[in-house]
Design a protein around this ligand. Structure first.
Ligand SMILES: [Zn+2]
Length: 388
């Protein structure tokens, strides 16, 4: 199709700009909700292509939104740009530049788009749930379908992710001198340790694919004082939000038992959670067919593939959505979040892959606007999954 070629040529013309931005963002990692440098660069680049940008969307300083085209079906392309304490070890510098390049390619033909394409800058994927806040505040209203792509060491059109529930458990005990009067104290740290032991005893009984992992965030105040306060956090993950909640409830019961055994008081909070990803196969397979034309095979991910969690899961429960993953390093080169993966997210190979993915996303987005049968099958599949 001639317009497909035109979109790809526009992305090629934007390539050096996108790679330059990816390199700058990689060199300047910012934690969740603090992505001012990245959001500034990305919104500046959108302005340069002659599209107006709305900043501070949904009350989030580093969120943004821009659109091109005309009223009609609406495709959202989502950009993440937050980093981790060890830098861009999750490659979000490639996610945002792929989204931007795809948007630039479509904006270049905006007069010929039979609908609208929206780029959404979504902060704080790493634990802040920026997309959930944006969903709740209505920033995705009017969107029909949504997409984004994430770099890893493999290439798949679908990505099964786990739902999460994030718990904070705080124990309140009684302080006393640990040598002179231990009988007068009640150790909040003992309750934390006992909680971990009970959770470890319980984890055998959780369904396959479930994950529970925790850290101690407060282990006491001084070595010679019985800890008056101690706290820990657990992330409970499962294939569905319902089962993640069941696991979290069990963790809370372990903590309640530990509080009873140690004479301490428990306070627990749910700090948030992400839904599992529902991969829309109609969209994913169209994306895969464009990948193939561009020279790369992107099959469906095997269901047993090791995986994480993302707030794109919540988006996929609201609209038909895809979250393909793309290869920027050889298999086994390290996982996202590992320090050694960070260097793979700033290589010529990674940026070539990012541009190719931008094209596959842009062509898929165009098809969703131009081919009513494709959009209808994505919607139909989504509705069927919601009912089941
Ligand atoms: Zn990530």
């Amino acid at each position: 199709m001639a317009i497909h070629d035109e979109i790809c040529r526009s992305i090629d013309r934007f390539k050096d700009r996108a790679i330059g931005l990816g390199r700058q963002i990689h060199a300047h990692p910012e934690l969740k909700f603090e992505e001012r440098f990245a959001a500034g660069l990305l919104t500046g680049a959108i302005g340069e292509i002659g599209v107006e940008v709305e900043r501070g969307v949904a009350g989030l300083e580093t969120a943004f939104r821009a659109e091109a085209g005309k009223s009609g079906p609406t495709v959202a392309i989502l950009a993440e740009y937050d980093a981790l304490p060890n830098g861009h070890s999750c490659g979000h510098n490639l996610i945002c530049t792929a989204a931007l390049a795809a948007f630039a390619g479509l904006a270049a033909v905006r007069g010929q788009l039979p609908g609208r394409v929206v780029i959404l800058g979504t902060p704080a994927e790493e634990g802040g749930g920026g997309k959930i806040i944006m969903l709740e505040k209505g920033a995705l209203e009017g969107v029909d379908v949504a997409m984004m792509a994430h770099p890893v060491d493999g290439e798949f059109a679908t990505f099964p992710t786990l739902a999460t529930r994030h718990l904070r458990l705080t124990f309140h005990g009684h302080a006393s001198h640990a040598a002179a009067a231990p009988w007068a104290g009640a150790s909040a740290l003992a309750a934390v340790i006992q909680t971990f032991q009970s959770v470890d005893a319980a984890r055998l009984h959780f369904r396959d694919g479930s994950r529970i992992h925790g850290i101690i965030t407060n282990g006491g105040q001084a070595v010679n004082i019985i800890p008056e306060k101690a706290a820990c956090e657990f992330l409970c993950r499962a294939h569905t939000s319902g089962y993640a909640r069941e696991i979290a409830d069990r963790v809370v019961r372990c903590a309640e038992a530990a509080a009873a055994a140690t004479g301490t008081r428990l306070a627990h909070e749910v700090l948030g959670g992400y839904k599992n990803m529902i991969n829309n196969l109609a969209m994913a397979h169209r994306y895969a067919s464009h990948c193939e034309t561009l020279g790369v095979k992107a099959p469906d991910a095997p269901p047993e593939m090791p995986t994480g969690s993302t707030d794109m899961g919540d988006v996929s429960h609201a609209f038909p959505a895809i979250h393909p993953i793309f290869r920027i390093a050889d298999p086994g080169a390290g996982n996202c979040h590992e320090e050694r993966f960070e260097k793979h997210t700033d290589t010529p190979r990674a940026y070539e892959a990012m541009i190719r993915v931008a094209k596959a996303m842009a062509l898929t987005a165009y098809d969703l606007l131009a081919d009513p049968a494709l959009l209808e099958s994505a919607r139909h599949e989504f509705a069927a999954r919601q009912e089941s």
